[in-house]
Design a protein around this ligand. Structure first.
Ligand SMILES: [Zn+2]
Length: 449
């Protein structure tokens, strides 16, 4: 007579009366291994049993635990030993699969009479709260979930997506509660697009630590408003914010305002790669407009084909593409002039003294403003109005790396792209902390992976 039991997290287990309860010599060895890797004081591994299906194949392994006769159970609230009261029905917790076979811990928890807390369920050291999984299994799934997608992890280890999610969540919450934020000197603040929409809700604000010795995600929040960034800085705490020396960000006005108000003591630097991004966007706008004007002519097609080469740094375009790019630039096209301005701006970053860099910036803006290319003029006006922050880059030179924010953004995109399996924002946030937060991990006596 088969009975279907439903446990939490969507795990369905069909419990059948055990057909065979042999006790081969192997049993002793499994117990020995278990005792070696995970010995729980006050408990013994009583029995390891194979459960077979109708065709005689092993379908799961049940490991039954028993309380050590002479040792009192502990109160689950204060962890103090207390005299036994009664015994609850047997419960099961999913354990790390052995040889790819689903494995369960079985135990009938006692209730203890704690002098302080009354009659409560005893503390069960392999589990936490009412979770249907052992801590070992949660750590195991969480570690694998860094290498595989959550869906793959659930498939490979014969469990549910929800179980993987809850495991990672537990792992991340432990890590966030135990992480140390000392020595954070440089922050990178950025906004990222997430999801499919274009509304305010489909942006994230991320705060990174971008020190040379440690680059990690410190905080992530929804939207990209002043309130979001204020919330993020508050989450890091006044001590961390007070110790900052550098903050690196885009020219996004809400961020500039909050950084000036809250982190005014640190040197505020505009990120190198964001400015390149603005320049590239401007070149692309010029190209698109020109392509539209030349519709039907062969030049229009050539412009379209050159799109990606125009967006790369000139020195990185090689081979046949380089010849084509040169031919295009020799023309009198507006796109060629825009591209030339963009390439010219690269010199800015090579200056050593802020004064010379400032002079170059003036010259470049003057040229761009006279170019009659509206997108380039827009960039010039933007750079001019942020001149001070731009020149801070030279004061911070050598102390913060220009590629750190870009590198971390790229890693985030790998996670969010994989995230179409994430049904909620919360799940994605957990995944980001998990892969990029460099969080400490819960201690365990054995690493299962
Ligand atoms: Zn107690």
């Amino acid at each position: 007579m088969a009975k279907k039991l439903v446990f939490g997290y969507g795990l369905k287990v069909r419990i059948e009366p055990a057909r065979q309860t042999e006790r081969p010599a192997m049993q002793l060895q499994v117990k020995t291994v278990l005792n070696d890797i995970q010995h729980f004081v006050g408990f013994v591994y009583a029995e390891v049993r194979r459960v077979r299906n109708r065709r005689g194949r092993i379908r799961r392994i049940d490991i039954r635990l028993e309380a050590h006769g002479g040792i009192d159970g502990k109160c689950s609230r204060c962890l103090e030993p207390a005299p036994g009261y009664d015994r609850l029905p047997e419960r099961r917790w999913q354990f790390v699969p052995l040889w790819g076979i689903v494995t369960w811990f079985l135990y009938a928890p006692r209730r203890v009479a704690c002098p302080r807390h009354g009659v409560v369920v005893e503390h069960v050291p392999w589990s936490e709260g009412k979770r249907p999984m052992t801590l070992a299994m949660m750590g195991f799934l969480a570690r694998w979930a860094r290498r595989l997608s959550w869906r793959e992890t659930a498939q490979v280890f014969q469990t549910s997506w929800e179980a993987v999610y809850r495991s990672v969540e537990w792992f991340v919450q432990w890590g966030l509660a135990h992480r140390k934020l000392e020595g954070v000197e440089s922050l990178g603040v950025d906004d990222l697009h997430w999801g499919r929409g274009k509304g305010a809700a489909s942006f994230l604000t991320v705060i990174y630590q971008i020190d040379r010795h440690c680059r990690r995600l410190l905080w992530v929040g929804r939207r990209r408003t002043m309130a979001t960034l204020r919330r993020g800085l508050a989450a890091l705490g006044t001590e961390v914010v007070g110790g900052l020396r550098f903050v690196c960000s885009d020219m996004w006005r809400p961020y500039l305002k909050v950084i000036a108000a809250k982190v005014g003591h640190a040197l505020h630097v505009l990120d190198h790669f964001h400015i390149t991004l603005h320049l590239n966007q401007a070149v692309d706008q010029v190209r698109r407009a020109e392509s539209g004007r030349l519709r039907g002519r062969p030049l229009a097609k050539r412009l379209k084909q050159m799109r990606w080469h125009l967006l790369r740094r000139g020195s990185r375009v090689r081979g046949h593409a380089r010849i084509k790019l040169k031919a295009l630039l020799a023309s009198k096209l507006a796109t060629a002039r825009a591209w030339d301005l963009k390439e010219c701006f690269q010199h800015f970053w090579h200056y050593k003294s802020p004064a010379w860099a400032g002079a170059f910036l003036d010259y470049w803006c003057w040229r761009a403003l006279r170019s009659r290319l509206e997108p380039m003029r827009k960039v010039a006006r933007m750079l001019r109005s942020h001149e001070e922050l731009l020149l801070n880059w030279f004061k911070a030179k050598g102390e913060i790396s220009s590629g750190a924010v870009e590198g971390l953004n790229n890693k985030i995109r790998v996670v969010t792209r994989r995230s179409y399996g994430f049904r909620t924002y919360e799940a994605m946030e957990i995944a980001l902390y998990h892969t990029l937060g460099r969080l400490p991990e819960p201690e365990s006596t054995h690493r299962f992976c």
